[in-house]
Design a protein around this ligand. Structure first.
Ligand SMILES: Cc1cc2nc3c(=O)[nH]c(=O)nc-3n(C[C@H](O)[C@H](O)[C@H](O)COP(=O)(O)OP(=O)(O)OC[C@H]3O[C@@H](n4cnc5c(N)ncnc54)[C@H](O)[C@@H]3O)c2cc1C
Length: 415
């Protein structure tokens, strides 16, 4: 028997085992997946918990439910990969051998990496919504918060779902309006980027949406430390931003065992070929989802499109054939904008988000870079799609590679 070992049963790892169990012969391939948790979190739902729109138990289900028959699920924490011996060691001492290894252990927020962040004011006036615990604690805080200076802040890129801090800001603006306290809240968006977002056209649209909502933008802000006593963010170039309530996105980093195993870059992401997801060091190691260093958004949609390409290539790879499909970094993100509306962006390594319609040219039903109610319903529907189609590895009628059909190139970009 040949052994496929998948590290991590989150979004990407679960899709990989579901897709491959149906395609690798059971009498030839044993498939094992390891995760330290026995529950699976729907992370896009963390955005809605602070505003009471989702309850905490809307986003959690047992991991086991999504692992197909014929795949062994091991509950344990990974300690190290010894890649030159094709071996993975767990913290409890268990050793697992493999012929092919898929690393899918994602990325997590690291508040301890910024001085002053997780000290006396952590979960009091300093909050985050990138973890289940953080989103729930922030929900409790917002229930009784009477207003003041709310600062939404990103420590550094890359972060998972890079639009989520903007969505949080738009939803917070709508939430304070609904509760009749918007005029008692001053809102500031603090980012290390030169504008509201990474790509120029989307950045212009999204920056305009911050202006409309009277949210001040503090750009190019590289935080050095947080002073919890004076409640101030301090940057390396000595700018200061005061807050009454800080909602920060801490530095995101890949799993520590990746670094211990000599498989990571400075943020513990696994260097891979950006088209095949194969490790640049070992031919029988792949990294899918947020764990890799591909220059795409760290998003469930990217994991989904990448896993489609990976599955095709992996089957060829183990059959001794050339991997002939090239992943293009396709990302597709709904952006909640408050008041029952949302936007959609669709882009890849080479093409930035553009206006237009998706997935059908001229018809949609979704509109790109435009706030519509249909986009909002798309975002809400996505939770059902995630649990019932995406994780079980069903084929969705969306091409893995980005298409230019339906996209409009703004006039100033064509000349
Ligand atoms: C607030 C928020 C909003 C988001 N919104 C969207 C959105 O609207 N659209 C979108 O596409 N994406 C969104 N995302 C991003 C999306 O959730 C992630 O990109 C996606 O889950 C990545 O999948 P993954 O499998 O790479 O990692 P994960 O799903 O995070 O899975 C990693 C798994 O590895 C396990 N693991 C890690 N280390 C170890 C270890 N040492 N030992 C054992 N197990 C380990 C973890 O327990 C976990 O189960 C959002 C994320 C957040 C936080």
């Amino acid at each position: 028997m040949k052994r496929l070992l998948v590290l991590g049963a989150g979004t990407a790892g679960t899709m990989v085992v579901n897709k491959l169990r149906g395609k690798l012969p059971r009498d030839e391939w044993q498939i094992t997946v390891v995760d330290q948790r026995d529950v699976h979190y729907y992370q896009p739902g963390y955005l809605f918990i602070p505003f009471g729109a989702y309850r905490p138990d809307d986003v959690v289900k047992p991991t086991r439910r999504f692992i197909p028959d014929g795949v062994d699920l091991i509950h344990g924490e990974i300690d190290q990969v010894v890649a030159d011996q094709n071996l993975v060691r767990l913290v409890d001492g268990t050793e697992l051998g493999y012929d092919q290894l898929v690393i899918a252990t994602g990325t997590t927020p690291r508040p301890a990496e910024t001085p002053g962040m997780d000290e006396g004011e952590w979960r009091k006036s300093i909050h985050e919504f990138y973890t289940f615990e953080g989103a729930t604690a922030l929900g409790e805080k917002l229930k009784t918060w009477e207003g003041g200076r709310l600062v939404v802040h990103i420590v550094d890129m890359p972060i998972k779902c890079p639009v989520a801090p903007l969505e949080f800001t738009f939803l917070a603006d709508a939430f304070f309006r609904e509760h009749g306290i918007r005029d008692q809240v001053e809102m500031v968006y603090v980012t290390p980027l030169p504008g509201a977002f990474t790509k120029p056209i989307a950045s212009k649209y999204l920056g305009g949406m911050l202006d409309e909502r009277k949210v001040a933008l503090e750009s190019d802000f590289m935080v050095e430390r947080i002073d919890p006593e004076t409640r101030t963010l301090v940057s390396f170039d000595e700018r200061e931003v005061a807050f009454d309530l800080l909602v920060t996105i801490p530095l995101n980093m890949g799993a520590d065992y990746v670094a211990r195993s000599g498989l990571g870059d400075e943020l513990n992401y696994v260097p891979v070929d950006k088209h095949t997801l194969q490790s640049t060091q070992f031919d029988n190691v792949f990294a899918v989802g947020d764990a890799s260093n591909i220059p795409a958004s760290k998003a469930g949609s990217v994991a989904h499109f990448a896993v489609d390409v990976f599955t095709h290539n992996f089957l060829r790879h183990v059959a001794g054939l050339e991997m002939d499909e090239k992943f293009d970094g396709h990302a597709n993100c709904f952006i909640e904008s408050g008041g029952g509306k949302g936007m959609l962006i669709d882009f890849n390594y080479d093409t930035e988000p553009l206006p237009g319609k998706y997935p059908l040219p001229g018809i949609g039903p979704f509109s790109l870079l435009k706030e519509t109610e249909v986009n909002h319903w798309g975002k809400l529907m996505f939770r059902w799609v995630y649990w019932n189609a995406l994780l079980p590895g069903l084929d969705l009628p969306l091409p893995a590679l980005m298409s230019m059909a339906g996209k409009e190139i703004p006039v100033e970009r064509t000349s």
